[in-house]
Design a protein around this ligand. Structure first.
Ligand SMILES: [Zn+2]
Length: 213
């Protein structure tokens, strides 16, 4: 049996002392909270990805086919717009794709069991949402990414992945870069923690991001 391949998000919390943190602002109620994290983030601008293939021969599939599919899927979420740019200065999210060793050369913490990894940009706290669960309202914080900063996504090329699995990995990691700071326990949905070729961006995941944006 094939070992479980997991997707990881690295949470990097950088508090900017020059920006006032205001935890008292109520932003609304998210009807479907689909994340194990108590935080969700958004960018204050169109999310532009900038592709950095580490090896043209192995990574071309990711750039020419898999990433456009991931952007297209998330663009179905109302209010969210993702695109791609050929100018590094216009990018919010860097997309690195290559073999395990190529990724580890630039991201040593990328483990062999990972299918993908996202290192978020720094962010500032905007306020909180409520979400009704287990008989009570929970408080979930929202952060806005700092527009001058960038997030990095690492996508691993491997002969062990089907095209469907690559599409899931790319959509999953882009989901982290867009705003999911945790994982979804529903195994058929894209923000679940294990690679799955039979996935969807669910209406609940859609709601989770749509309300944030
Ligand atoms: Zn993940």
């Amino acid at each position: 049996m094939q070992s479980r391949k997991i997707l990881i998000i690295t949470i990097v919390v950088i508090l900017l002392s020059s920006i006032t943190v205001n935890a008292s602002t109520y932003l609304g109620t998210i009807s479907h909270w689909q994340s194990s994290s108590d935080r969700v983030s958004r960018w204050d601008e169109t999310v532009q990805t900038y592709d950095i293939p580490l090896n043209q021969s192995t990574a071309s599939t990711w750039i020419s086919y898999v990433m456009p599919n991931a952007r297209s899927q998330w663009n179905n979420v109302s209010g969210l717009s993702t695109g791609t740019t050929t100018s590094v200065y216009n990018a919010e999210v860097y997309i690195y794709c290559g073999t395990l060793s190529e990724i580890q050369n630039i991201k040593p913490t990328f483990l062999s069991i990972y299918g993908g990894l996202t290192s978020p940009a720094s962010y500032v706290q905007q306020g909180y949402y409520n979400y009704y669960i287990n008989g009570a309202y929970q408080t979930r914080y929202q952060y806005e990414y700092v527009s001058s900063d960038t997030a990095s996504v690492y996508l691993k090329e491997s002969a062990g992945y089907s095209t469907s699995e690559k599409k899931m990995i790319a959509a999953h990691e882009l989901g982290h870069a867009i705003g999911f700071q945790g994982h979804n326990p529903v195994s058929s949905e894209v923000m679940t923690s294990t690679v799955n070729s039979d996935y969807t961006i669910s209406s609940d995941e859609d709601d989770h991001i749509e309300i944030s944006y």
